[in-house]
Design a protein around this ligand. Structure first.
Ligand code: AMP
Length: 191
């Protein structure tokens, strides 16, 4: 199985690149942000709980997102692999992912970190906010999301670095060019 973590700060292009990668390698795209927004739209208990954190630019509690991923892994037993987009965002989530994949007789193939500088990130998110209608793409919430990333999520890269599973890719440029860079890394992972 090919299990790829697409990693990077909010606005790095994880969603866009996941869509390209999933077609190329026939993988299931799991975005915890998308899953949480779907729960919120459906007004489930989980969705209502998550909304409180999302609107403040805070991370949703680990057990909530871990449970969602567990459910998705079970729902796709036939998958050739997964792209994890926006997950894991804490070391606790990373450890849980390792355990879950182990139970499914598989493992993380590698983490690909999209590198984008902060000024470009904020510009991208504000631009997206103008059309996405996402309430968390406003200036003050963006700042909080970036802070959460720096404090809690960035250390997750070290977790995979220690396992020699971390790869960095320049996330600035044309979408197709970035996709090509990612594909080169994926080919390396498959070897
Ligand atoms: P995203 O669409 O990935 O930018 O996620 C939007 C929001 O959903 C984040 O700001 C968090 O509030 C929440 N979220 C998404 N994924 C996670 C995760 N793995 N852990 C905790 N919160 C998450």
């Amino acid at each position: 199985m090919l299990n790829i973590i697409l990693f990077g700060p909010p606005g790095a292009g994880k969603g866009t690149q996941s869509e390209m990668l999933k077609k190329e390698h026939k993988l299931i795209h799991l975005s915890t942000g998308d899953l949480l927004r779907a729960e919120r739209s459906a007004q489930t208990d989980l969705g209502k709980k998550a909304e409180f954190f999302i609107n403040q630019g805070k991370l949703v509690p680990d057990e909530v997102v871990i449970g969602m991923i567990e459910h998705q892994l079970e729902a796709h037993e036939e998958a050739q692999g997964f792209i994890f987009d926006g997950f894991p965002r804490t070391k606790e989530q990373a450890r849980a992912l390792d355990e879950m994949l182990k139970r499914h007789q598989t493992q993380v193939s590698g983490m690909i970190e999209l590198k984008v500088d902060q000024i470009e990130l904020v510009e991208r998110l504000l631009l997206r906010g103008a059309t996405s209608g996402r309430a968390d793409d406003t200036e003050d919430v963006i700042a909080k999301r970036i802070r959460e990333y720096e404090d809690k999520t960035k250390p997750v890269a070290d977790y995979y670095r220690e396992q020699q599973k971390h790869f960095a890719v320049d996330g600035v440029g044309e979408v197709e060019e970035i996709a090509r860079r990612i594909n080169q890394v994926v080919e390396e992972m498959k070897r």
